[in-house]
Design a protein around this ligand. Structure first.
Ligand code: KG4
Ligand code: ZN
Length: 330
C-alpha cells in the first residue's frame, strides 16, 4: 500500500510517500527563517506560507519517491492538535486530493504520530514513552499501536517551550532548543543549581515554568554570567526531570522498553543521559532518527499506513481539532 501523507500543524510544510510502511520520501520545508525575527511562530504568516508551499512540497515528495499520484492508494493528513489556520491548509488539501482522485482519506493525530515515531510496528511493547516537543510534554504507557494511556503531562510550559523561552532570555536565536544544546556542550552543568520541579513528587506530571523563572531571576542578579554555564545548568535540570520521570515510570510499571519522541528528543544530553541510565538498568531505549523527531509528514504517512491496514478511514466531514489530545479518534 502506498500512502501520501501531509503535515502542516505548525510551521513546517511537509509531505511524504510511504510504501508498505517504508518511507520513500519525506520533504520538509521549514518556515524557521520566516518566524525568526518575531522569536516565535506567527500563525497568520505560517498559514499563508503553507498555502504557498503545499503544492510544490507534495510534488517534490511524489517526485522523490518515484511514485505518481495515480499510484497512491490513500491520502493522510494531520487534523490536530496545532494551529487552526495551519492545520486547515494541510487537512483541506488532503481531503481535496482524496475527493478528486476517489482515494480513501484518513486524518491523523499529530501527537499519536510523534508517539509511534520511534517504533511503528509495535516491537518492544509494552513501553513507557515520553513525547517532548515545542507544544507538549506527555508521558504515556503504550501497550500496542493505538493503545496508550497518559500517565502525566505538563501542568504549564512544554519542555521545548521552556528551552525556547530560556533561549530568548539569553538572546539566542529562534528556535532556542538546538542553540542551548550546542552552547551547553562547553558549559558546566553543575555551575548553577536550578530547580528540578516535581521530580520527587508522586505522579508523572511535569512543570517547567518555575525553572524558566529561576533562569530569569538568576540573569537579573548575574547579567554577565557565562552563557554556556547557564545553558548547561538549565539543560541539566530539564533533562534530570524528563529522564527521571520516564525511568521512574518504567520501574513502577515494570516495563523493559522506554522511548523518546518529539523535537526535544534530539537533545544530545537527554539522549546521552537516558542511554547511560537504560544500559545500567537493563532497559531498551527506542529513539527515532532526527528527521522523524521534529515535525514531518513521514510519521503521519507511516502511522496512517498501520491504521489503514487495520481498516480505519475518516470521512470528509473531519474538521481540524487544534486542541486534540493524544489518541482522540479521528
Ligand atoms: O516536535 P517539534 O518539531 O514541534 C512541535 O510539535 O512542537 O518540536 C520543536 C521543539 C522546539 O521547541 C525546539 O526548540 C525543540 O523542539 N528542539 C530542541 C532541540 N532540537 C529541537 N530542544 C532541545 N534540544 C535540541 N537539540
Ligand atoms: Zn510536533
Amino acid at each position: 500500500m502506498k500512502v501520501l501523507g501531509i503535515e502542516t500543524s505548525c510551521d513546517e510544510t511537509s509531505a511524504a510517500v510511504v510504501a508498505d510502511g517504508r518511507i520513500l520520501s519525506n520533504v520538509v520545508s521549514s518556515q524557521i527563517d520566516l518566524h525568526r525575527p518575531y522569536g516565535g511562530v506567527v500563525p497568520e504568516l505560517a498559514s499563508r506560507r503553507h498555502l504557498e508551499l503545499i503544492d510544490e512540497v507534495i510534488h517534490a515528495a511524489l517526485n522523490e519517491s518515484g511514485i505518481a499520484l495515480g499510484e497512491i492508494d490513500a491520502i493522510a493528513a494531520t487534523y490536530g492538535p496545532g494551529l487552526a489556520s495551519s492545520l486547515l491548509i494541510g487537512l483541506n488539501t488532503g481531503k481535496g486530493i482524496a475527493l478528486a482522485t476517489g482515494k480513501p482519506f484518513i486524518g491523523i493525530n499529530h501527537l499519536e504520530a510523534h508517539l509511534y515515531s520511534p517504533v511503528f510496528d509495535g516491537a518492544g511493547m509494552p513501553m513507557i514513552s515520553l513525547i517532548v516537543s515545542g507544544g507538549h510534554t506527555i508521558l504515556a504507557k503504550v501497550t500496542g499501536i493505538g493503545q496508550h494511556a497518559i500517565l502525566g503531562q505538563t501542568v504549564d510550559d512544554a519542555a521545548g517551550e521552556a528551552f525556547d523561552k530560556v533561549a530568548k532570555l539569553l538572546q539566542l536565536s529562534y528556535p532556542g532548543g538546538p542553540e542551548i544544546d550546542r552552547l551547553a556542550k562547553t558549559g558546566n552543568p553543575r555551575a548553577i543549581a536550578f530547580p528540578r520541579s516535581m521530580l520527587n513528587e508522586p505522579g508523572y506530571d511535569f512543570s517547567f515554568s518555575g525553572l524558566k523563572t529561576s533562569v530569569l531571576y538568576f540573569l537579573r542578579k548575574n547579567p554577565t554570567h557565562s552563557v554556556p554555564d547557564i545553558c548547561a545548568s538549565f539543560q541539566e535540570a530539564a533533562v534530570d526531570v524528563l529522564a527521571g520521570k520516564l525511568l521512574n515510570a518504567a520501574e513502577e510499571y515494570r516495563v523493559k522498553t522506554v522511548s523518546l519522541a518529539g523535537g526535544v528528543s534530539i537533545n544530545s544530553r537527554l539522549r546521552e543521559k537516558l542511554t547511560g541510565e537504560c544500559e545500567k538498568r537493563g532497559l531498551r531505549l527506542l529513539l527515532a532518527p532526527a528527521k522523524l523527531c521534529t515535525d514531518n509528514a513521514g510519521m503521519i504517512a507511516t502511522l496512517a499506513h498501520h491504521k489503514l491496514l487495520a481498516g480505519q478511514r475518516s470521512t470528509f466531514s473531519l474538521e481540524v481539532s487544534p486542541s486534540a489530545g493524544l489518541g482522540v479518534a479521528a
